[in-house]
Each structure stands twice: as C-alpha cells, then as structure tokens.
Design a binder for this molecule. Structure first.
Ligand code: TMP
Ligand code: ASP
Length: 257
C-alpha cells in the first residue's frame, strides 16, 4: 500500500488512475470502484467493480493483441492494475453501434433494440466541461484533433474491434449493442501508430442477454436498475474469467484463476 502511494500519479479520471510505470514509455492503469454517469452528476462506489473491469478488459485486450489489433495493453499486474504502454490519447470517444440504444435512440427517435441497417461509427469530443459533444470528421480535422489518415485508422480499428467483440460475446449468449473505444498515438523509434487504449468493459459497452434482452452493462447504474456488480460478474463468468462459485465481490477480495 505504501509503495503504491509513493508512485507518481500522472492522471486521475472518473473510473481510473494512471501512475508512472516501471520503465520509460510505460504506465500503470489502476481501476477504481467508482461508477459515474452523465458526466459525474451520478456517482456511486460499487465495491469490486474495478477488479472486474480490470479482468474483463485484460481478457479483451489480450485477445485483440493476439489477433493483431494493436493496443496499449502489456499485462495485468494485480487485482486492480495493468501495465500499459504510454500513448498520446486522441481526445475522441469512438462509438460503434450495431443496434439502436441510448443517445442514438433519444436523438433520432428510434426504438431501443432496433437493429441498425449497418454498423454506425460516431465520434465524440472528450471534454467534460461540454459533456462530450458529438462531432464530425469536419470538426476533428478542422480543429486538428486527428488527421484524416488517423481518422481512417481509428475507424478501421473500431470496425475490427466490433467484429471481434460481436463474435466473442455472441458465443457466450450476449448481444453487443454498442461500445466505445479510445485510441492513442504510440511512438516507437521514429514511427507512430494508432492503437486501442483505455479500457473495454461493461462500463463502455452495451451488452444484452441474447435470450432475455437483460442488460449486463452500465445502463443498470445509469437507469437505477440495480444489480450492476452481479451483471458484470455474469459477463466475467460467461467469458470464463471468474470461477462458477465465486462469491459476489463485496468487501472481501475476489478470487481469480
Ligand atoms: P450513448 O448511447 O450514451 O451515446 O453511448 C454509446 C456507447 O458508448 C455505450 O456503449 C456506452 C458508451 N459510453 C461510454 O463508454 N462513455 C461515455 O461517456 C458515454 C456517453 C457512452
Ligand atoms: N462515463 C461518463 C460519466 O462518467 C458517462 C456515461 O458513461 O454515461 O459521466
């Protein structure tokens, strides 16, 4: 605990903290138990959420790396932390949607659950003061947040992630409705490439049970449905990350394989 506190804190966000890593070019990403929504207007501590997101995100990023989708992820270090490559985060949230839900349903008046004619990619400008407004490629290039080439790279990464995640989740009885990724610039020698960064977890995806449409994601918190932790544990169990008889994470530690 003491050693952890002495580490240099690089950045603290709503759900994660970044610390200086053990070697230059690395960082430690720490998952907190904070659940927030609507730009922190709603905020609660959910005991054990950080542990679950650390494990779920590790599982997904390991698979992305293995199939050649570049990410910032190196390895998980402990219950709440992972070692990552330091990247320059592009200030955009890239959302991919397969089925209408959330802000798309509200904005365009399309019933939640309506399959979209094709997957849709949207960009949001990461700016808390503005509540992350949706932006177009015109805004992104005009204001220099990313170049046209980088936008192409982010879109192709997003589509590859969507293909992988859709298959992964459907194989465990979960429908991937939509999700968000963030990308970063990874500088290696004289080269720069765009990689998937941040996390991919039930905080950043909409996941519905294939049979019942039950929500297994952060909408349970956003919409005051309760059972957030149980839903995340269900996702982890289905992915084979947690053991069947795992106790619900509470004050005690969660057993990991
Ligand atoms: P939305 O329907 O609220 O725009 O959300 C689309 C997807 O993006 C959904 O899977 C949740 C995720 N998301 C985040 O990860 N962070 C955010 O700040 C928001 C607004 C959405
Ligand atoms: N993550 C954002 C927040 O903390 C919004 C959301 O996910 O709904 O406010």
């Amino acid at each position: 605990m003491k050693a952890m506190n002495r580490r240099r804190r690089i950045y603290e966000g709503k759900a994660k903290i970044l610390y200086e890593g053990p070697e230059p070019g690395t960082l430690i990403q720490h998952f907190k138990d904070d659940a927030t929504a609507f730009n922190k207007k709603k905020h609660e501590i959910v005991d054990g959420k950080g542990v679950l997101n650390n494990r779920i995100s590790e599982y997904i990023f390991n698979h992305l790396n293995a199939i050649g989708i570049p990410t910032h992820f190196i390895k998980r270090l402990n219950m709440r932390e992972q070692l990552i490559r330091e990247v320059e985060i592009i200030p955009l949230e890239i959302v991919v949607r397969n089925v209408a839900a959330g802000s798309l349903s509200t904005r365009l008046g399309i019933d939640e659950g309506t399959p979209l004619p094709r997957s849709i990619i949207e960009f949001y400008y990461k700016k808390d003061e503005l509540d992350d407004p949706m932006v177009s490629e015109e805004h992104i290039t005009a204001f220099g947040w990313a170049s046209p080439q980088e936008i192409d790279d982010m879109m192709s990464l997003a589509i590859r992630v969507n293909d992988f995640l859709s298959g992964l989740f459907v194989s465990v009885g979960i429908r991937l409705i939509d999700f968000k990724i963030e990308c970063g610039r990874l500088y290696e020698n004289d080269m720069m490439r765009i990689v998937v960064a941040d996390e991919i977890s039930p905080d950043s995806c909409r996941l519905w049970d294939v049979e019942s449409d039950e929500k297994l994601d952060k909408d349970r918190f956003r919409r005051d449905m309760g059972g957030l932790l149980e839903a995340y544990q269900d996702v982890a169990r289905r992915l084979g990350i947690l053991n069947e008889n795992e106790p619900v994470a509470g004050t005690g530690p969660v057993l990991v394989k």
